[in-house]
Design a protein. Structure first.
Length: 143
């Protein structure tokens, strides 16, 4: 996970405060809602077929349940654009054409005693891709 975070950091291109398209914002909202509700199977269903082939649903659900178990329950979230990202640096997306990139969304979660903007808040980064005209999650990371 640490190496993945380093690659993500190298891939980011600061572009200021880009707004998400309505479609990408909707996907960010659905992701946030699923995390708040603990519906990690729903999150898995939003990923690309390639992602699903490499990470089975049961494994995915267990991994994210473990990652969030001591951080929640979540009481709210906020999704925002991080800007452009170079897909060549993202583990598992090295071969995906840059033209499929839609957005890199950061979703910050609040929980009892922790506000969304607290440095200790749980944050998920999701790389959104255009997969045949549908926006799907191509990668998902936490910090």
């Amino acid at each position: 996970m640490v190496e993945g975070a380093r690659k993500v950091k190298r891939a980011l291109t600061p572009t200021g405060d880009e707004e998400l398209s309505p479609e990408a914002e909707e996907v960010g909202e659905r992701l946030g809602q699923a995390f708040v509700a603990g519906r990690f199977g729903d999150v898995h269903a939003m990923t690309t077929p390639t992602f699903q082939e490499h990470t089975g649903r049961t494994q995915f659900e267990a991994r994210w349940r473990d990652a969030t178990s001591d951080r929640g329950p979540f009481t709210g979230f906020e999704a925002s654009s991080v800007g452009q990202i170079d897909l060549g640096f993202i583990p598992g997306l090295e071969g995906v054409p840059q033209s499929q990139f839609v957005a890199f969304v950061e979703i910050a979660f609040s929980s009892a005693g922790l506000a969304i903007d607290d440095k200790k808040a749980f944050v998920v980064g999701a790389v959104l891709l255009d997969h045949g005209g549908e926006i799907r999650v191509g990668a998902l990371h936490t910090r």
